[in-house]
Design a protein around this ligand. Structure first.
Ligand code: HSE
Length: 398
């Protein structure tokens, strides 16, 4: 079975390594050897074994009748979308690790694949090497999924773990994460929560069977989290994690990406460093949790190759995925209820004029106090907080 890889970066090169390292076992599982015959990239890779397989024009792959499976590991919506669409229309199966492409164009590409009796798969687009897409699509089909709560960004989880363990501030930890190669030179997508926003949009679309637009999901990153916040979390025996959450609300879902303070008994409490975990609550299953390597070359490539094997097994058959293009309107996020943690220098009278059942937390920081509010809706909180004259941070509790 001949395959092509579009984008020979961290993941694309990982795919070639996985296929070579585990060649025999993959062949036994797929029914035949899967061999990469073309690699699309504009760069040169002198001395690399794929050097002679390099092509510059995606039409060289479209027009190669021997290639049945195409891997897209370029990232970004364009030109990946144009290339992937052309591959599907040419009757080739496509697997991608590209969450931007899947979040934006997933429903359409699934339809195009169905129309051409091929498959569009994307296990690697959420949770890196952790199987989560296939379990949702195949194993949990007897359940109504009522909630998904995930730590789905390795970079920010690494940073928050460092901040909690070492007391260091955000900027310092970001520099360290960049030096170690976890955070990219432009870390915006990770630290502002955009990466997690796309991933929870994909997962929610799959359990709803309809298009969720990632732009509709209220999203806060971790850039405002400070060493002082971490001190309060420690006193409260909690940890701060960037959580991507989605909860069934009537006929739709309410979704949010934000830093949350998790209590010690929460299943995501112990998920540290670059690891990811996705907790799923089904109405029959109860709780399930998927944990493991959520990013990086080989873990992500492992998920891509898993898709390739599935495609080799279904080379003449489209495997049905329910993700309709018609958009699902999310529930009004101002009706979500939480307890909130607030840091302020205001006096008790002012605090209690805003929150009638305020609890106080002292982390030994001069000139301010931590407040835990009663459970209230986001809308009520947004009104109440206006009564404070100084707000140093706000973090939801779960
Ligand atoms: N930048 C992402 C992360 C890579 O840190 O999790 C995996 O999608």
């Amino acid at each position: 079975m001949k395959a092509a890889v579009m984008g020979y970066g961290t993941i694309g090169s990982g795919v070639v390594t996985v296929l070579e390292t585990n060649r025999d076992v993959i062949a036994a599982r797929a029914g035949e050897v899967i061999e990469v015959s073309k690699v699309l990239d504009l760069r040169d890779f002198p001395g690399d074994p794929i050097e002679k397989k390099l092509v510059r024009d995606y039409m060289d792959i479209v027009n190669d009748p021997e290639i049945k499976i195409v891997v897209e590991t370029m990232g970004g919506v364009e030109p990946a979308y144009t290339f992937v669409k052309a591959m599907l229309e040419a009757g080739k199966h496509v697997t991608t690790s590209n969450k931007a492409l899947v979040a934006d164009k997933g429903a359409e590409l699934i339809r195009i694949a169905r129309e051409h009796n091929v498959n569009f798969m994307f296990e690697a687009s959420v949770g890196g090497g952790i199987p989560i897409i296939r379990p949702l699509l195949k194993c949990l089909t007897g359940d109504v999924i009522e909630g998904i709560y995930g730590i789905v960004n390795g970079t920010t989880n690494y940073m928050l773990t460092k901040m909690a363990n070492e007391g260091s501030d955000f900027d310092e930890v970001l520099k360290e994460a960049q030096a170690k190669g976890y955070a990219e030179k432009d870390p915006t997508a990770d630290i502002e929560g955009h990466d997690a926003q796309r991933k929870i949009a994909i997962l929610t679309s799959l359990v709803a069977g309809r298009q969720i637009d990632y732009q509709d999901i209220p999203t806060e990153g971790i850039t405002k989290i400070s060493a002082a916040d971490m001190k309060y979390a420690k006193v409260m025996k909690r940890v701060i994690k960037l959580v991507a959450a989605s909860k069934k609300t009537g006929d739709t879902y309410s979704a949010r990406v934000a830093p949350f303070m998790l209590h010690e008994g929460h299943p995501l409490y112990h998920v540290d460093d670059v690891f990811n975990a996705i907790m799923v609550h089904g109405n029959m299953l109860g709780d399930g949790m998927f944990y493991g390597s959520g990013a990086g070359s080989l873990p992500t490539a492992s998920a891509v190759v898993g898709d390739m094997v599935d495609m080799a097994r279904h080379v003449d058959k489209n495997v049905y995925i329910r993700w309709e293009e018609e958009k699902l309107i999310l529930a009004d996020s101002t009706t979500d209820s939480y307890k909130f943690f607030v840091r302020t220098s205001d006096d008790e009278n002012t605090i209690e004029s805003a929150f009638k059942d305020a609890g106080y937390v002292n982390a030994g920081i001069d000139g301010e106090i931590g407040v835990v509010t009663e459970e209230m809706t986001q809308g009520e909180f947004d009104e109440a907080i206006k009564k404070l004259s100084d707000v140093r941070s706000v973090i939801r509790l779960v």
